[in-house]
Write a protein that binds this ligand. Structure first.
Ligand code: 6GU
Length: 231
């Protein structure tokens, strides 16, 4: 998968893409991430990216005549313009189903906003898929883009080894149950034991215990998920 990120702060992403699983996916050629400073692409001799809001009010608005040309220039780098995603608190809320659908794309172009947002005409002209990561306000779309990339790349075949396949993750493949508690050695710590059932090698009993724990945890903590699971 090819991921192009348009941002005014590309430095925010450098540690993120050079560490851990993401770095492995890049090394294995499963993922290419390209960072673009919108300021560099704006086809204009001035590089002012924002201006005061029409009608007054606090903050600054990202200029349509800077943002649209930079997105179009990045889209044109490749024959396939890709799926354009705008990270904005006004978007639909990211969930596993949306991530599964984005994981099928060949190319994603992620547009990160800052300040008070984009001039609305950016949305009207480019018609992006608008995505939020939840009901709270961030300083900008960059951290939301990282959340989206991490969620999507786990679903690309080969990115995770077999050992930690995402197939059975909570929220995957219609699974709406939280995962059961996990334990590892030592067997006892500060008087707390690993549940006996996990130590006796009876795989059917272990599976049954995990199912029960999963259901109990979901019923207690996320009754909203539990009700949907039973539908
Ligand atoms: Cl995508 N952007 C900002 N600024 N705040 C958010 C968000 C995005 N998603 C949740 N809050």
């Amino acid at each position: 998968m090819l991921v192009d990120i348009l941002t005014l702060f590309p430095g925010i992403f450098t540690g993120f893409i050079s560490e851990s699983l993401l770095a492995g996916a890049v090394r294995n050629g499963l993922l290419t991430v390209r960072l673009h400073n919108m300021r560099d692409w704006a086809d204009d001799k001035h590089n002012t990216m924002d201006d005061t809001p029409a009608g007054g009010g606090a903050g600054m608005v990202l200029k349509v005549d800077r943002v649209v040309p930079s997105v179009e220039a990045v889209q044109a780098i490749d024959g396939d313009a890709g799926k354009l995603v705008m990270l904005t608190p006004q978007g639909r809320t990211l969930n596993q189903r949306i991530a599964e659908s984005l994981a099928k794309e060949r190319r994603l172009v992620l547009l990160c906003g800052r300040y008070e947002g984009f001039d609305d005409r950016v949305r009207q002209i480019l018609n992006p898929d608008e995505i939020s990561i939840g009901d709270y306000i961030l300083n900008g779309g960059e951290t939301a883009a990282m959340v989206l990339i991490e969620t999507v790349m786990r679903l690309i075949p080969g990115v995770l080894g077999d050992r930690d396949s995402s197939k059975f993750d909570s929220f995957s493949n219609g699974n709406r149950l939280l995962e059961s508690p996990q334990f590892t050695r030592p067997r006892e710590y500060r008087g707390l034991q690993i549940p006996e059932v996990l130590l006796n090698g009876n795989h059917a009993a272990i599976e049954k215990w995990r199912q029960e724990q999963s259901q109990k945890l979901t019923r207690e903590r996320r009754p909203d998920l539990f009700d949907r699971e039973r539908e």
